[in-house]
Design a protein around this ligand. Sequence first.
Ligand SMILES: [Zn+2]
Length: 290
Amino acid sequence: MGEIIRAVSDEDFVKISVITARDVAERARRIHGLQPVGTAALGRTLCGAAMLGEVMKEERAQLSIRVNGGGPLGTVLAISDSEGNVRGYVENPEVDLPIRESDGKLDVGAAVGRNGLLTVSRDLGLREPYTGSTELHSGEIGEDLVAYLTESEQLGAACGLGVLVDTDCSVKAAGGFIVQLMPFAPEETVAQLEDNIFMMDQLTTILDEDDIEEVIRQVLKDIPWHIVERHSVEYRCDCSREKVTRALLSLSDDDLNELTADGAPIEVSCRFCDAIYSITAEEILKMAEE
Ligand SMILES: [Zn+2]
């Protein structure tokens, strides 16, 4: 289980969401067989999607972050429900890159690429989803998400996302924070926030060694705040036998006939989780009749 906390400054000028999501990122790693750089890229994107998705009020709403940077990982996609439960994938999970020489970190920017867009889409259950895009800055996800929030949604924002991968490639810590400034926030509050974020300990170190609230204590140091929401989140896929069967129904008759020609059930593996469905031709026929 992971956890999300939302807090606001007592004067209402600053909103912060924080997530700790070791288990979420580790589950993603195991499902997709990710290498460390893919674990970091997908883990960061999942954390960002969870925090942006969790604030949606519509119960059945979904928020997705899609990153197309032209790097070897290919598309990185994360989808959140309105409670911050997430699922996702990277197009090429087998990609592995050497540690970046300049700072000894996983080279997420090179793996994701910098030539392309970060696209956020909110599906509120209305006819058309609301979609906005911004050009990638570094491919490191966190900076790109800030660019999206400031350029596309016109909000003063700061964001930190981090995944710490252990020597055995499992996830040791993962999480993030998003700070949003309300209009008319006083100069000194903005300056204090900037100082705090510059001075704070490394995010994954806090999450690994301390607790999720310590992130808020450091980001909002000397700014009085209180918690408004706190709940658990997990890696959660919403696939089902019915949905998979329905998807097969949308294939053309020729394609379906070919798939069912040998009489054996059709094996369909979910793109987001480790579920494999074995669907028989009779089941597809039965649903078609219904
Ligand atoms: Zn699934």
